[in-house]
Structure formats: C-alpha cells, structure tokens
Design a protein around this ligand. Structure first.
Ligand code: SF4
Length: 379
C-alpha cells in the first residue's frame, strides 16, 4: 500500500464568482511564511504517525502556481527529507496566466511532472463574467510554454454551465481544448449553492455576476452528455464522473480518494485519511501559520470513521468511478435495505449490476448525486 500527499495552497488572485472553496485573496507577503509553515508541518507530522511510502503528491488550491518556484521546491524537498517518498506523479494546479517559461522549467526541475490547468472555458465573455483572470489566448500560450519546458502530462478543466454559455460556445470550448491535446481532461458541472457569490445571487433571483445568464439545468446536462460523446470519439477513457484520460494517464492521486486509500493533507484546510480516521486542518491561512510557528498542529476536526460511514463512503466515492465497485465491498454494515434498494434502482435503470459489480448507468451520470444519495439512504 502507498499514500498520497496533498498540499493545499489557499491563495487566489481574485475570487471567481462560482467558487465555493475555502480560498481567497491574501497579501503575497503571506506566501513565503506559508510555505515555511508547510515545511514545518511536514517535520512535525513525520515525528507522529507512520505513513506508507508516498507515490503521489498534489499541490491544489487555490492557485499553487502563485507561490515562488523555490517555495514549491522547498516543500517537496522537505517531504523527501522527512518521509519515504517514491513519487511517480507530482501535480501542480496552475492558472494559465501565471505560467512563464522560467517557472515551468523550475517546476520540472523541482520534480513536478504533471500540471493541472484551470482553463474553465475558451470563451472570453464566459471567463470575464466568471471573474477569471485569463483569456482564451492565455490557455494555448500556457500549454505551449509547458510543452516546451518538457511537461508530458497535462490536464485541463472545463465547466459546463457557466453564465453566457451556449451550445455553440460549449462546442467551441471542447473542440479548442481537444486541439491542445492534453493527456487528461476534467469537466465539472456548475454547482449553484449558497457557497458562492454567483450561487447566492442565482438563488435570490438576482442579476449580479451574470446570474441571469446561467444556462438551464437541462442545457447544462446536454452539454455534459455531448462532451462525453466528443471525448470518447477523441479516444479519451471516461473513468470518473468528471474525469477523462488518455490510456495510462488517469490521475493516480485522485484515484486514491475514490478508492479510500491513504492520504496526508498539509496546509490550511487540508484533509487527511489514514484508513481509520479523517482529520482536517483549520482553514484560515494566517492562523495556520501562527499555530505551526508555535509548534502546534492546526488540526480542527478529527473523527474515527464508523462502519456505517465507511460503507457510505464506499458508495459515494467508489461509485464516482465508471467501473463501479465490487458488490462484496458493500457488506460489513449491520442490517440495511441496500440490496433491496439496489435491485429497485437496477429495475428503474439508475444503476447496473454486472459481474459482481455495481455501477451508475451511463445515461444517468448527470443526476449522479441524486442516485448516490438515494443509495446511501438505504445504508
Ligand atoms: S475557482 Fe479556483 S482560482 Fe477561482 S477563486 Fe476558487 S480556488 Fe481560486
């Protein structure tokens, strides 16, 4: 068994209108102390629990590419010095407009071998309305810079359902993305909830943040389904609800989450799972740094996963993978109505049971949350 290392960098240049993450705009004066604090957290954690070798690392955010390359390298060096690291995949999330040739070369030299580019759209009106800093031309330029530097594993994200998105602009975004020939693609469906400015505005029926220009749920679902067809035609394997890869390029790190494998999260708001317990660091970056400087771990939540919770996780996380889960993995809980519910849902065409495996029906992926919730209610 191996583990994954996650490093949270909660800094952004602006706050995107649709963002519901615990990230924000902070003074760049905090960047270096933050990187030092992450290194210190590595040293403290390395004196505690023993983790199986780390074979993946993932710097997410936020916008990790805002940190100076030497600070990113310093964190990786600290990990190598304190843990058993046998990295095969080391990912950096980056915004297109933050990438320069010097940075790309420094990232490669530090040990990063995969870059996740937050493209989101190739339409400037959509990008501007969403509060993104980059524009269409920045995406192609950043891919070219990364390729020239030597990156052979790139993943690009798109969002279906951005304000102003139309059937034509969506097709253009997906086609433009495919022309850049990434190894991996993520497509997320817009979430409208109280956690983002756009979501709150849309729920209140307002017009700010172009909330009145949001595509309907049906249009968003159509966009997702069309993309599934186009990406399949282009040779991508659809392996998780939101993720597609060229053969051999599935995200090794993210697979650990869906398979409930072990990962250690470092930084403000980072989550960890050691196989038995889940814990999370406090969210606020300055408080995180202050706590670490005092030699105290900023653990905010810690709980042991109960048998029932473990079963719910196996369903909720495992079924995100299109290959589904082994039905035998759904035993172990006390009496529940899961087998009967699965049979009902199979008859209704929501799930497929085949060869001892349970998976979501391919034509129900756009309502996957509803299907998963319904299944979990039977646990
Ligand atoms: S969507 Fe990403 S870049 Fe935009 S504010 Fe949220 S974390 Fe930052």
């Amino acid at each position: 068994m191996t583990s994954g290392l996650y490093i949270q960098v909660p800094f952004c240049q602006t706050k995107c209108t649709y963002c519901n993450f615990h990230t924000g705009v902070f003074s760049s004066q905090l960047y270096e102390p933050y990187a030092r604090a992450v290194c210190r957290e590595i040293e403290i954690r390395a004196r505690g629990d023993i983790w199986p070798a780390f074979d993946t690392a993932y710097f997410g955010g936020g916008t990790p590419s805002l940190l100076a390359p030497e600070n990113l390298a310093r964190i990786l060096d600290a990990a190598r010095a304190n843990f058993d690291c046998r990295f095969e995949e080391v990912t950096l999330e980056a915004d297109p407009e933050t990438i320069t040739r010097e940075k790309a070369e420094a990232w490669l030299a530090a040990g990063f071998n995969r870059v996740s580019l937050g493209a989101q759209s190739f339409n400037d009106l959509e990008l501007q309305a969403a509060g993104r800093m980059h524009r269409r031309t920045d995406i192609a330029a950043s891919v070219s810079t990364l390729r020239t530097a030597g990156f052979r594993n790139l993943t690009l994200d798109l969002i279906a359902g951005l304000p102003h998105q139309t059937a034509d602009s969506w097709r253009d975004s997906v086609e433009s993305l495919l022309r850049l020939e990434p190894e991996h693609i993520s497509i997320y469906m817009m979430e409208i909830d109280e956690g983002s400015r756009l979501g709150r505005e849309a729920i209140a029926g307002g017009e700010r943040y172009s909330a009145g220009e949001l595509p309907s749920d049906d249009a968003m679902a159509d966009s997702y389904e069309l993309a599934c067809g186009w990406l399949a035609d282009a040779g991508f394997e659809h392996y998780e609800i939101s993720n597609w890869a060229r053969p051999g390029f599935r995200s090794r790190h993210n697979l650990k989450y869906w398979r409930r494998e072990l990962y250690l999260g470092l930084g403000a708001g980072a989550h960890s799972f050691d196989g038995l317990r889940r814990c999370a660091n406090s969210h606020e970056p300055a408080g995180y740094v202050a706590s670490i400087e005092l030699g105290r771990l900023p653990t905010e939540q810690e709980s042991t996963v109960s048998e029932r919770e473990a079963l719910e996780e196996r369903i909720f996380l495992g079924l995100r993978q299109l290959e589904g889960i082994d039905l035998s993995a759904l035993t172990g809980a006390r009496e529940n109505s899961l087998p009967a519910r699965i049979e009902d849902m199979r008859r209704d065409g929501l799930v497929i049971v085949d060869g001892g495996r349970l998976r979501l029906a391919p034509d129900r992926l756009t309502v996957s949350n509803d299907v998963l919730v319904e299944l979990m209610e039977a646990v």
